[in-house]
Design a protein around this ligand. Structure first.
Ligand SMILES: CC(C)(COP(=O)(O)OP(=O)(O)OC[C@H]1O[C@@H](n2cnc3c(N)ncnc32)[C@H](O)[C@@H]1OP(=O)(O)O)[C@@H](O)C(=O)NCCC(=O)NCCS
Length: 184
């Protein structure tokens, strides 16, 4: 790939990576993304979130992918494996975040494909996620072949207030598609 980033899975998350991931999350919230947090999000709150994620990575309850460019981590996505025991075949895709400096160059799509490939490598056959209805991310998932399940009006607050609808999507990983690998 000739893109200016490289995507890889982190098996452990060090302090420098936590700081970089915290910066990406803050950038997304400041940019108006509805990703669980309200504006303004402090650096401490963002770091605390990523420390919790790091614990999940260490205990294999999550897979964490990061994209790095010349300035450091510019994008990330997670797979959550910690689900009820009757759902060992699936994962939730969560916290797909691309720093504003790296958007609209195909990184979001590359992160989704990399997450799908990672899920397959982990033996998963079904992925589920939710995204703001008709937002940038929802458009991306539809374009990449995810199946739209339906909308829930008034599901969450936008970071500066005001309720938004969320849309659930799933991806059947057994279906033939153009799944990439992390090496692509
Ligand atoms: C949603 C998000 C991850 C998308 O990331 P991205 O890297 O910009 O995604 P892509 O570049 O693959 O696609 C975005 C757009 O750029 C376009 N694009 C991709 N490559 C391009 C290129 N080389 N030149 C011009 N446009 C391009 C895509 O067609 C797409 O267009 P659209 O918005 O009209 O549908 C990003 O906007 C983000 O982090 N948002 C905030 C956090 C968030 O909402 N996360 C989702 C949680 S569910």
């Amino acid at each position: 790939m000739t893109a200016g980033w490289r995507i890889r899975r982190l098996r452990g998350v060090d302090d420098a990576q936590i700081q970089s991931l915290a910066d990406v999350l803050i950038d997304c919230v400041e940019g108006g993304a509805s990703v669980s947090f309200m504006h303004p999000i402090t650096h401490e709150r963002s770091v605390a979130f990523w420390r919790e994620v790091a614990r999940g990575v260490a205990s294999n309850q999550r897979a964490l992918l990061v994209a790095e460019d010349a300035q450091g981590i510019c994008g990330t996505v997670q797979l959550i494996f910690q689900l009820p025991e009757n759902q060992p075949h699936r994962a939730d895709l969560a916290k797909m975040l691309v720093h504003r400096r790296a958007r609209r160059q195909g990184l979001g799509a590359a992160l989704v494909r990399a997450a799908e490939a990672t899920a397959r490598e982990c033996g998963k056959t079904l992925l589920v996620l939710d995204a703001v209805t008709d937002g940038d991310a929802a458009r991306l998932y539809e374009r990449l072949g995810w199946t739209r399940v339906g909308d829930i009006p008034g599901y969450a607050l936008m970071p500066r207030g005001g309720l938004c609808s969320t849309t659930y999507f799933y991806r059947d990983l057994r279906a033939p598609d153009s799944g990439a690998s992390l090496a692509d």
